[in-house]
Write a protein that binds this ligand. Structure first.
Ligand code: PFF
Length: 463
C-alpha cells in the first residue's frame, strides 16, 4: 500500500480530530433541542440505541474505507468499484455544499462570543437582536469571512501541524467547559412569577425522564427519524469526511478502539450539552423556551444568560467560546475533505489547493451570509418548512443527499464489495472486531431499509 504524505501522529491525534469534526453545533444546540421536543429520556434512549447500531455501522464503514483505500471519497469509491465512482462524486458534493454555510454559522457564534467580551449581554437578550444582526448587510459577512479565513489557515498548516494540533488543544478544553457549565446549570434556583421554586435539578429530570404522554406509533416514528437524522449530522458520516480522516490513520492504529472513542466523545458531549442547556432554560424561561428550535442558541440562551445576572456574562462567554471550538473543528473537517479530494483529482499541492478553495469559499460564504438581507427569499421546502438560502443548502445536503448516499453506500458495501473487506480492515494487525456480526446484519439488511425510509420522509415523498 502506498504511503500517504500526511498522517495523524497516532490514535489520540486521530480520535481528537475526528471527535473535533463530530462535535459541533449539532451536539450543542440541535441535540438538546430535539431531546426537549421529543420526550426527554425517550429521545435519549432511542438515540443511544441508534448510536450503538447505525452510528457504529456508518462510522466504521467510512473510516475503514478511508484507511483501506488511502484515498478521499471520489477516488476511494472508484477504487472499490470503478462503476461506483458516481457515489464518490455525490459524497464529495456534500461538504462542497455544507462549506457554503458552515462558516456563516461560525461567524454568528463568533459574534455572540464577542458580545460577552464587550459587555453587550443585555442588548443581546432583547427581542429582535438576533434578527437585526443577521439581516444586516455587513456584520454577518465580516464574521463569516473571518471564520472562513481562520478555518483555511488551520487546513493550510496540514493534517498533523494544523488539524491535529488545534484539535488536541480545543477538544479537551471544550470538554472541561461543557462539564463546568452543566455543573453550574444544575445548581441554579429561582422563584418564578407565580411563586414556584424552579431548580436546575428539576430541569435535569425533565431532560432525562422518558415522557410517554401522547405517544402514538406515528409520533414514535417521528422521534426515531429525528434521532436518525441527528445521528448522521452529529457523527459527520456519509459525507466523505470520515473517509478522508480515515485515510490519514496509520496502519498500526486499532480502528475498533478509535471508533468506540469517537462515538463516546460525540455522544458524551451531546448528553452533557443537554444537561447544560435544558436545566438553565427550564429555570429561567420554563419549557417554552426550549421548543424555540433554531432560535434556542441565539435567542433563548442570551436571555437565560442575562437572567443569571453577573455570572451570566462569564457563563455566556464560556458557552460561546465552547461553541466556537466545536464549530471551528467541524468547519476544518469540511474544508479538509474538499481539499483532500481536490488534491487527488487535480494533483495539486496542499497550499495551492487551500488558497484556491479559500477564494471560492470566501465569496460563497459572503453570498450565504447575505441570505437574510440582500439575497433574501422564502422558499417552501418539501419537508413543509420555509427556508432561506442557508436552509436550502442545509436541506439539500443533510436531508436529501446524506440519507441517499448512506443508502447507496450500504448497498455497495453490503452487497457489491461485501463486508469482508471492511472486516479485514478492522481486524488488521490481529485486532478483534467485536461487533462483527452486528456490523454484517446492519450493513446488509437494517441500514439500507432505514435509510430508504429516512430519505423518503425527509424529502417529503412519504409523509
Ligand atoms: N458533526 C457536526 C455537528 O454535530 O455539529 C456537524 C457537521 C460537521 C456536519 C461537519 C457536517 C460536517 F461536514
Amino acid at each position: 500500500m502506498e504511503k500517504k504524505a500526511s498522517n495523524f501522529s497516532g490514535q489520540l491525534g486521530f480520535v481528537l480530530a475526528a471527535a473535533g469534526s463530530a462535535v459541533g453545533i449539532g451536539n450543542l444546540w440541535r441535540f438538546p433541542y430535539l431531546a426537549a421536543k421529543d420526550g426527554g429520556g425517550l429521545f435519549l434512549i432511542v438515540y443511544l440505541a441508534l448510536v450503538l447500531t447505525f452510528g457504529f455501522t456508518l462510522l466504521t464503514s467510512d473510516i475503514a474505507i478511508g484507511r483501506r483505500t488511502q484515498e478521499s471519497a471520489i477516488r476511494a469509491y472508484a477504487k472499490i468499484n470503478s462503476k461506483w465512482k458516481f457515489l464518490g462524486i455525490l459524497t464529495f458534493l456534500v461538504p462542497v455544499l455544507i462549506m457554503t454555510y458552515y462558516a456563516v454559522i461560525g461567524g454568528w457564534v463568533t459574534k455572540y462570543a464577542l458580545i460577552y467580551v464587550t459587555g453587550q449581554a443585555e442588548a443581546a437578550a432583547q427581542d429582535g437582536y438576533f434578527m437585526s444582526f443577521i439581516t444586516s448587510p455587513v456584520a454577518p459577512v465580516v464574521f463569516a469571512l473571518l471564520f472562513m479565513a481562520v478555518t483555511s489557515l488551520i487546513v493550510y498548516n496540514g493534517v498533523e501541524g494544523g488539524i491535529e494540533r488545534v484539535s488536541k488543544y480545543m477538544m479537551p478544553v471544550l470538554l472541561v467547559l461543557v462539564i463546568f457549565i452543566a455543573g453550574y446549570s444544575l445548581t441554579l434556583r429561582r422563584v418564578d412569577e407565580s411563586g414556584n421554586l424552579r431548580t436546575g435539578l428539576q430541569g435535569l429530570l425533565y431532560y432525562i425522564t422518558p415522557n410517554f404522554k401522547g405517544l402514538t406509533v406515528g409520533r414514535f416514528l417521528q422521534i426515531l427519524l429525528d434521532a436518525m437524522s441527528q445521528l448522521f449530522f452529529s457523527l459527520s458520516v456519509s459525507m466523505g469526511i470520515m473517509i478522508t480522516y480515515g485515510s490519514y490513520v496509520k496502519p498500526e492504529v486499532d480502528l475498533n478502539h478509535a471508533v468506540n472513542q469517537i462515538e463516546v466523545f460525540d455522544t458524551g458531549v451531546a448528553l452533557i450539552a443537554g444537561a447544560m442547556i435544558i436545566p438553565a432554560v427550564y429555570v429561567f424561561t420554563g419549557t417554552e423556551g426550549m421548543s424555540a428550535g433554531p432560535s434556542l442558541m441565539f435567542v433563548s440562551l442570551p436571555k437565560v444568560f442575562h437572567a443569571m445576572g453577573k455570572a451570566g456574562v462569564a457563563v455566556g462567554l464560556c458557552f460561546f467560546v465552547t461553541t466556537i471550538f466545536a464549530t471551528l473543528t467541524s468547519c476544518v473537517s469540511v474544508l479538509e475533505s474538499i481539499v483532500a479530494n481536490c488534491m487527488e483529482i487535480f494533483h495539486t499541492g496542499r497550499k495551492k489547493t487551500v488558497l484556491n478553495l479559500t477564494i471560492i469559499y470566501l465569496a460563497l460564504s459572503a453570498v450565504v451570509a447575505l441570505g437574510y438581507s440582500l439575497f433574501y427569499f422564502e422558499l417552501p421546502l418539501p419537508n413543509g418548512s420555509v427556508g432561506q438560502l442557508l436552509d436550502l443548502m442545509d436541506y439539500i445536503s443533510n436531508s436529501v443527499m446524506m440519507p441517499f448516499i448512506a443508502l447507496l453506500s450500504t448497498i455497495l458495501i453490503g452487497w457489491v464489495m461485501t463486508p469482508d473487506e471492511i472486516i479485514d480492515e478492522m481486524e488488521r494487525g490481529g485486532r478483534t472486531f467485536r461487533r462483527k456480526k452486528l456490523y454484517v446484519v446492519m450493513i446488509r439488511y437494517v441500514t439500507p431499509v432505514m435509510m430508504l425510509v429516512l430519505f423518503l420522509t425527509s424529502t417529503g415523498i412519504i409523509k
